[in-house]
Design a protein around this ligand. Structure first.
Ligand SMILES: NC(=O)c1ccc[n+]([C@@H]2O[C@H](COP(=O)([O-])OP(=O)(O)OC[C@H]3O[C@@H](n4cnc5c(N)ncnc54)[C@H](O)[C@@H]3O)[C@@H](O)[C@H]2O)c1
Length: 239
């Protein structure tokens, strides 16, 4: 159980998909440290259980591409804690088979769309009714910087999926703001996690100070890029 650094989320429930690793795990730690009751959802039971145990939360095994799993995730959270305050829809993949449009097959395209985009549609669809009933809530969907900048080294389905997450979040944000629910998307730059590991095979340590990694690979002078550096999950500043 992490030390509580503030109680600003005391009594609130935070559901995190992909909470077993990387950005999701760092967020689980941080949300718990802010006093939230954390629900970790992941399709990796060992990682998910370990993360939930560490933050004193609940682990719900879930494949976010499965509609019933997602519906159960939010219903179970409501039954267990009586409320769903925060939905951090974060699970995602970036497999090596997804590359240039010239070489990426339909199966790889569809798998990435299912895990990265359709899952966010399910998560919003099944988190929203609980929040609308309460008249408040916060949905945060993980997109990526590629949604706005594109990728120099193509991962065509990944970039398209994250563009979809960003567009969907914007539309939901407008639709549900007047009913008390905020919907936002995060667009992280490169973060050193297992997800980026397949895309950043040569990057094993922090880049030299003052340099940045520009779309999975090429080191560039930060003056020429809006991205400042490779981040580590716990170093992304809290919003
Ligand atoms: N790492 C980066 O550089 C970076 C940059 C921008 C955006 N993102 C996005 O951030 C999010 C988190 O990525 P990360 O880097 O922390 O990756 P990660 O691989 O460390 O964590 C992803 C987690 O999602 C889980 N997961 C994968 N498929 C799932 C499924 N079908 N059902 C349930 N859980 C599933 C994995 O088991 C894992 O625990 C992803 O959406 C990713 O696209 C990552």
């Amino acid at each position: 159980m992490p030390d509580v650094v503030s109680n600003r989320l005391a009594g609130r429930t935070a559901v995190i998909t992909g909470g077993g690793s990387g950005i999701g795990l760092a967020s689980a730690r941080r949300l718990a440290a802010e006093g939230a009751l954390v629900v970790v959802a992941d399709n990796d039971p060992a990682a998910g259980k370990a993360a939930a145990e560490e933050v004193g939360g609940l682990f719900v095994p879930a494949d976010v591409t499965n509609e019933e799993d997602v519906r159960n995730l939010y219903d179970l959270t409501r039954r267990t804690y009586g409320r769903v305050d925060i939905a951090f829809n974060n699970a995602g993949i970036s497999p090596p088979e997804d590359a240039s449009i010239l070489t990426t097959g339909l199966e790889a395209w569809r798998r990435v769309q299912d895990v990265n985009l359709t899952s966010v549609y399910y998560c919003c669809k099944y988190a929203l009714p609980h929040m609308l009933e309460a008249g408040k809530g916060s949905i945060i969907n993980t997109a990526s910087f590629v949604a706005v900048m594109g990728a120099a080294t193509s991962q065509i389905s990944y970039s398209a999926s994250k563009g979809g997450v960003l567009a969907m979040s914007r539309e939901l944000g407008v639709e549900f703001a007047r009913r008390g629910v905020r919907v936002n998307a995060l667009c992280p730059g490169p973060v050193n996690t297992p997800c980026s590991g397949t895309s950043l095979p040569r990057i094993r340590t922090a880049p030299p100070a003052g340099w940045c990694i520009f779309r999975w690979g090429a080191l560039r002078n930060p003056r020429k890029s809006p991205l400042r550096s490779l981040s580590w999950p716990a170093t992304i500043p809290p919003s």
